[in-house]
Each structure stands twice: as structure tokens, then as C-alpha cells.
Design a protein around this ligand. Structure first.
Ligand SMILES: *[C@@H]1O[C@H](CO)[C@@H](O)[C@H](O)[C@H]1NC(C)=O
Ligand SMILES: *[C@@H]1O[C@H](CO)[C@@H](O)[C@H](O)[C@H]1NC(C)=O
Ligand SMILES: *[C@@H]1O[C@H](CO)[C@@H](O)[C@H](O)[C@H]1NC(C)=O
Ligand SMILES: *[C@@H]1O[C@H](CO)[C@@H](O)[C@H](O)[C@H]1NC(C)=O
Ligand SMILES: *[C@@H]1O[C@H](CO)[C@@H](O)[C@H](O)[C@H]1NC(C)=O
Ligand SMILES: *[C@@H]1O[C@H](CO)[C@@H](O)[C@H](O)[C@H]1NC(C)=O
Ligand SMILES: *[C@@H]1O[C@H](CO)[C@@H](O)[C@H](O)[C@H]1NC(C)=O
Ligand SMILES: *[C@@H]1O[C@H](CO)[C@@H](O)[C@H](O)[C@H]1NC(C)=O
Length: 399
């Protein structure tokens, strides 16, 4: 699927651009990698057969018994070709990953940058399976071996963390962005099953609410993409059974919109209604725009014509429709859906909590998530349509 690879590169470039504009490098928190050596016994391997890993920064003070787990994101691979390519990159092998990871935004240990979670135990789960930590199968034709063991990686990491204090957590939050945001939706119930009833367990999906929506060519590109992913990686058996038993195509339960009503712990949906990934891959996948009419608009919303803006607004309405029942009827849920051309707003400092961060009703994302987690206030906020929001950090590509 070079289509995905290509557009992944675009998003990566945009995210790199966003990161460059964040706070100074000298006081960054760098956290060393922990390889999960016990994972071998579970055959919990990365695509290439390497051992999975996480980064942990211990909590302190009042947060010492609270745990935040965050899934790393980074697209998916859904056929042998793309997975064998991925296995030779940092997205498919911990051997090729940076060993020191920057903890910023929701992972920051600085109260001025992360007011509610700075003193928690914070763990970043590295993503090396290409299937949102949910697959369980293997490809082996004699010359090429690929492990699709995301679900086992999840299990191995949890079982490694439980005796390190997670098993005695007072409060716990499962988070993640993009493919990691999807993982957070997919694993929320399972996370809670590992923890005692006395632990307050909640989940946050950032930019993981991928819509089952047709693109401008009326084709369901993401649905087909996910169907191939679920089949290749053996994900179906790990999808929520309440969902799979009540839908005509069980594979559809990988979409958060169908899974939503079966997620038991309190959940926070953080997403942009104009999520850049979804804009570029679901609404206008490259295959739907062979002549590149959308290229300028994709790089800068100010360059979008009225017809393009109309289609973007319609996509926003679809997103709001998909969360409508949750928005009105979930008493313990939180929602922050802004109208920014963004993708992942909890991990980078400038969108999570800074003087000029995106806001809704005068609150940053960090404050809204904190209000929800600690039940300080109802925290359900939906933005007005683009371009009304002046607090956005829109990802603008090089023209
Ligand atoms: C990271 O951990 C490895 C393995 O434990 C160790 O060799 C290395 O020195 C550590 N690096 C830093 C910067 O702490
Ligand atoms: C904490 O963050 C504030 C605000 O960004 C900054 O001024 C301060 O230097 C940071 N403290 C540390 C120890 O990095
Ligand atoms: C195994 O699969 C790879 C990738 O599809 C292919 O290049 C290779 O030729 C296959 N090997 C055999 C023995 O079929
Ligand atoms: C959670 O996931 C693990 C690992 O896949 C599995 O063994 C366990 O049965 C799951 N628990 C529940 C309650 O689904
Ligand atoms: C899922 O199914 C189980 C077993 O039928 C049931 O006990 C549970 O309440 C269901 N959960 C949801 C959220 O529907
Ligand atoms: C909320 O739940 C009630 C009762 O189940 C239902 O009648 C109503 O349509 C729901 N509202 C939305 C917006 O889904
Ligand atoms: C937001 O805060 C500003 C400055 O504190 C205030 O003037 C404004 O009325 C507030 N707006 C809302 C919607 O609360
Ligand atoms: C709770 O939220 C409402 C609406 O956003 C706001 O007006 C109010 O000031 C908030 N209360 C507190 C205690 O933050």
C-alpha cells in the first residue's frame, strides 16, 4: 500500500514541522528504553522478531500511585509488502528505534506544562506491530517471517508493569494518538480487566476516531484498508465480542464509532473534526484525486476553494453525528472536538498546554482532560466550524 506510505510521509513531515515550533530543546525530558525481555516467552515480537519495548518515567509525590499508559502511533501495514518494508524500519523493529524518547505534553514531568499528570508514572508503549497492538498471527513462507503479535505485545507489557506498581494503581489512564489512539479505544475494556475494582480506570483516544466514511469518490477507502488489516494481522478475534456479535461484518468493530457503546470505563474522545490524517486518507485519499486538485488545500486550508470547504464541513458533520449519542448520553464521558487542521494534540506541548494552545470555551486540551479525569466539571466541548476558531495550530505544509 504505497498510498498509505506516501501519505504517512506527508503527515510525518507535517508533524515534524509542528514539533520544531515547540518549546526549547534544552529542558526536554529524555527517557531511556526498557526492553521487555519476558516477552519472548509469549512470542510477543515486533514485526521483525525483535523484542517489544516501552519507556517509563516514575511518578512521585501525590502521583506516585497513579499510572498513565500511552500507546505510540504511526499508521499501519495491511499487506505483506508494506509489512515487510515496515519491519526494516523503526516502525517495525525496536532495534531500529531511538532509545531515548522525549516526554512532552501529556507525558511531561513539569507541572507548568502538564498540570494534572506530571507526577504520575508515565509509560510510552513503543509501536512495532503495525496493527494498533491488536493482531495475533504470523507470516512464514520459508524465506520471510513477519510477526503480527500486537495483542501479545500489549499483554507482555501490561504483565511486566503490573508488579512494578501498575497492579496497585489508584488511578489509571490509557491514552494514545492516531494508530495509538485507536489502540486506546480497542484496549480500554481489556486494560480495566487487569486492574482491581478499586482502581479508577479511564481511557483517552487522541486522533484515533477514524470514521467509516466514504471519500469524495464515494469509495470506503478506510473500510477496505481496515478489512485487509484485520484479516492479515488476525485482529478479528481480539475485537470486542459484544460488538462483533451484534454487527453484520465483525471487522467493522475496529472502527471506534461501532465499538463506542461497548466501552465500559469512562472515555474521553479528543479529535479534530478536520483531522489531517482523515482529511488526507479518508475524505480525499490520493486515489480519489489523481489530478491533484486537492494538493494545495491539503497543505494549507486557506488555499481550499468553497466546494472543498463544503466537503470538509460535511465530513465534520459526519464526525459529530458519529459521536452524538456519546456526547448527549454518556454521563461519564468527555469530548473535545475542535476545528483545527491537526493530528495528535495531546503529545506535543504546544497543543496540549501552553499560553497559545488551542482552546474551547476558554480551556486548553490539558485542562479539559483534567476536568474530565478528576470529575471537576462536565467536559464536553465541540467547536464551531472552520475557520471560526482562532486558537488552532493548523498544520501547514511547505507550499
Ligand atoms: C539507556 O539504557 C541502556 C541499557 O540499560 C544503557 O546502556 C544506557 O547507558 C542508557 N542510556 C542513558 C542515556 O541513560
Ligand atoms: C517547567 O516549565 C516552565 C514553563 O514552560 C519552564 O519555564 C520551566 O523552566 C520548566 N521547568 C523545568 C525544571 O524544566
Ligand atoms: C516469501 O514472500 C516474499 C514476499 O512476498 C517473497 O518475496 C518470497 O519470494 C517468498 N518466498 C517463497 C519461498 O515463496
Ligand atoms: C485481555 O487480553 C489478554 C491478552 O490478549 C487476554 O488474555 C484476556 O483474556 C483479555 N481479558 C479480557 C477480560 O478480555
Ligand atoms: C458485554 O457482554 C457481556 C456478556 O454478555 C455483558 O455482561 C456486558 O454487560 C456487555 N457489555 C456491554 C458494554 O454491553
Ligand atoms: C439518548 O438515550 C435515549 C434513551 O436511550 C434515547 O432515546 C436518545 O435518542 C439518545 N440520544 C441521542 C442523541 O442518541
Ligand atoms: C474567556 O476568557 C477571557 C479572558 O479571561 C474572557 O474575557 C472571556 O469572556 C472568556 N470567554 C468565555 C466564553 O468564557
Ligand atoms: C465548568 O464549565 C462551565 C462551562 O464550560 C464553566 O462556565 C464553569 O466556569 C466551569 N466551572 C469550573 C469550576 O471550572
Amino acid at each position: 500500500m504505497d498510498q498509505l506510505v506516501m501519505s504517512m510521509l506527508v503527515v510525518t513531515a507535517l508533524l515534524t514541522y509542528a514539533r520544531m515550533s515547540t518549546s526549547s530543546d534544552d529542558d526536554r525530558l529524555l527517557v531511556n528504553m526498557t526492553v521487555v525481555s519476558s516477552a519472548g516467552a509469549l512470542e510477543a515480537y515486533c514485526l521483525d522478531g525483535s523484542l517489544p519495548a516501552y519507556h517509563i518515567h516514575l511518578g512521585f509525590g501525590a502521583g506516585a500511585n497513579n499510572w498513565l499508559l500511552q500507546f505510540e502511533g504511526g499508521g499501519w501495514c495491511n499487506d505483506i509488502e508494506s509489512c515487510s518494508e515496515r519491519a526494516q524500519t523503526r516502525r517495525g523493529s525496536t532495534l531500529l528505534m531511538n532509545k531515548l524518547e522525549t516526554f512532552s505534553g501529556i507525558l511531561s514531568n513539569n507541572a507548568s506544562r502538564n498540570p494534572d499528570f506530571y507526577n504520575w508514572n508515565r509509560v510510552k508503549l513503543r509501536y512495532c506491530d503495525g496493527g494498533s497492538f491488536a493482531g495475533d498471527s504470523k507470516f512464514d513462507n520459508g524465506t520471510l517471517v513477519l510477526y503480527f503479535r500486537g495483542q501479545r505485545i500489549w499483554q507482555a507489557i501490561i504483565e511486566d508493569l503490573l508488579p512494578k506498581g501498575l497492579g496497585l494503581a489508584n488511578k489509571a489512564l490509557l491514552s494514545g494518538c492516531s494508530a495509538g489512539g485507536l489502540a486506546s479505544y480497542l484496549h480500554c475494556n481489556n486494560f480495566s480487566s487487569y486492574l482491581p475494582d478499586t482502581t479508577a480506570v479511564k481511557c483517552l483516544g487522541d486522533a484515533g476516531f477514524f470514521l467509516d466514511s466514504p471519500g469524495i469518490n464515494m469509495l470506503h477507502t478506510q473500510r477496505i484498508f481496515f478489512q485487509n488489516l484485520v484479516t492479515l494481522q488476525g485482529i478479528e478475534k481480539n475485537l470486542d465480542e459484544n460488538c462483533t456479535s451484534s454487527i453484520s461484518d465483525p471487522k467493522q468493530c475496529i472502527f471506534p464509532q461501532y465499538l463506542l457503546k461497548y466501552i465500559t470505563p469512562p472515555l474521553f474522545i479528543l479529535n479534530s473534526a478536520y483531522d489531517v490524517y482523515q482529511f488526507h486518507h479518508i475524505l480525499v485519499p490520493p486515489s480519489a484525486d489523481p489530478d491533484g486538485h486537492w494538493n494545495r488545500c491539503k497543505l494549507n486550508p486557506k488555499a481550499c476553494g468553497p466546494d472543498q470547504i463544503r466537503l470538509l464541513h460535511a465530513f465534520r458533520v459526519e464526525m459529530l453525528t458519529a459521536v452524538r449519542s456519546f456526547l448527549y448520553n454518556s454521563s461519564r464521558g468527555g469530548v473535545f472536538i475542535n476545528s483545527c487542521f491537526a493530528h495528535c494534540q495531546s503529545e506535543s506541548q504546544d497543543t496540549w498546554f501552553a499560553l497559545d494552545s488551542p482552546q474551547l470555551l476558554n480551556e486548553t486540551i490539558a485542562e479539559s482532560v483534567g476536568d474530565w479525569y478528576f470529575s471537576r466539571n462536565v467536559s464536553k466541548k465541540v467547536d464551531c466550524p472552520y475557520p471560526c476558531d482562532t486558537t488552532c495550530h493548523n498544520l501547514i505544509g511547505a507550499v
